[in-house]
Ligand binder design. Structure first.
Ligand SMILES: [Zn+2]
Length: 68
């Protein structure tokens, strides 16, 4: 017999894994966002949440809460 407590723990771990996976994907992908410097929509490639506008060279920190 399987204990309920163990099942809950099991699902909690899956949820945790999925969330961190999603964040990782978001932090290492290309986003089309407005560059704070040139005020134009640019495709910025992000790595670990940091991207660089190749037009003006400004560093952009990816805000994961930008989809409010
Ligand atoms: Zn720019």
């Amino acid at each position: 017999m399987v204990k309920n407590k163990d099942i809950n723990k099991f699902f909690k771990n899956i949820e945790k894994d999925m969330k961190s996976h999603v964040n990782k994907e978001l932090l290492n992908t290309t986003h089309e966002i407005e560059c704070p410097e040139c005020k134009k929509k640019r495709k910025i490639k992000f790595k670990n949440g940091k991207g660089k506008c190749k037009y003006c060279g400004s560093t952009i920190n990816l805000d994961l809460n930008f989809k409010k």
